[in-house]
Design a protein around this ligand. Structure first.
Ligand code: ZN
Length: 336
């Protein structure tokens, strides 16, 4: 499979830069409050590093916080998905019309063979048609959606596109991963406070007022007041796994360590083994993401155990609990 980068990954609008800079301020504030030099360095390397790109950068790019809070998931395949992009990126694709984006007018394809480019044509407020080629869609002045009807005329061309052609047109994000910039920033703040308190010895009472002060002082858009009403206030919301309710520092459901069966790994490769452990932390959405509503926000985004995240698949917390309750009863494991 191709490992192409998101189209225009290095191009940020001035607003994009301000938003990423705001997150950098949060990250720097956490670094200042980490007590030891060793932990400061580790936080920067693993979590807090900022990359001034749309996709979080390649290899030694941005840290986990930037990828999880600000970027969509890495996606590839024969589709115009960005391989990671900012969650407030203005061009989204959806199956049905969505309330938070205008429909584009139509799609054109320009160029020949491997140089073919998708052109997204919008109608502005004066009814003029304006063309945005794939490498310029990040400059769209507001959010637009591309629906199935817009692709119909081009399906017979697009189904023959190769990986090169798709890579240079990987410029859209899915509607269900999209959110407004302020929700991405607040998610960044929530996740940053979580890791700072749980893994780097930062006091919640010290860091919470400092981070919320940074949010309060943002001047990207003075009509938006942060922290918003959905920003969590109690420490327990930051340190516990949404599913099993135990600290994300410990094992899922406080179970003992499992004895892991050894599996051969090529010794000449650096492995990502730790990410596969039950207790490693992953970003979780308490209510699953959907196209019709933006749910990547401070109320819904948390870190949780990998095991717990995998157990939820794409279900809500309630659905997961109903499912587990049934299983526990079916095995006569109710202890009360
Ligand atoms: Zn858990």
């Amino acid at each position: 499979m191709a490992t192409g980068r998101t189209t225009s990954a290095n191009f940020l609008t001035s607003k994009d830069k301000e938003i990423i800079q705001l997150c950098n301020q949060i990250s720097n504030c956490i670094v200042e409050n980490i007590p030891t030099m060793k932990h400061k360095k580790e936080f920067i390397r693993v979590s807090g590093k900022i990359s001034e790109t749309r996709d979080g950068g390649l290899g030694l790019g941005g840290g986990k916080l930037q990828r999880d809070a600000l970027c969509t998931r890495g996606r590839q395949g024969k589709a115009p998905y960005s391989n990671r992009n900012l969650r407030w990126h203005p061009l989204v694709v959806a199956e049905t019309p969505i309330p938070f984006a205008k429909e584009i007018d139509h799609i054109e394809i320009e160029g020949e063979n491997d140089a073919q480019t998708l052109i997204f044509v919008i109608r502005d407020n004066d009814e003029r048609l304006i063309k945005y080629p794939s490498e310029k869609v990040h400059e769209l002045p507001e959010r637009y959606v591309v629906l199935p009807k817009h692709w119909i005329d081009h399906i017979n061309t697009l189904k023959y596109w190769n990986d090169t052609q798709w890579t240079q047109n990987s410029c859209v994000i899915t509607a269900f991963e999209a959110c407004e910039w302020q929700h991405a920033v607040e998610s960044y703040a929530v996740l940053a406070i979580s890791v700072a308190v749980v893994f780097y010895g930062v006091s919640f009472r010290t860091i919470y007022p400092k981070v919320t002060e940074i949010l309060r002082n943002q001047n990207i858009d003075r009509n938006i007041s942060l922290p918003s009403r959905i920003f969590p206030t109690s420490e327990i919301d930051f340190i516990s796994c949404p599913l099993c309710k135990t600290s994300i520092a410990g094992n899922p459901s406080n179970l003992d360590d499992r004895e892991r069966i050894s599996v051969w790994q090529p010794a000449w490769r650096s492995t990502k083994r730790r990410e596969g452990e039950d207790s490693s932390i992953q970003i979780m959405h308490i209510s699953p993401l959907v196209e019709s509503e933006q749910r990547h926000n401070a109320k819904n985004v948390r870190y949780g155990h990998r095991w717990c995240n995998v157990a939820m698949t794409d279900h809500s917390l309630d659905e997961t609990l109903d499912f587990m309750e049934y299983i526990v009863k079916a095995h006569n494991r109710c202890r009360k």
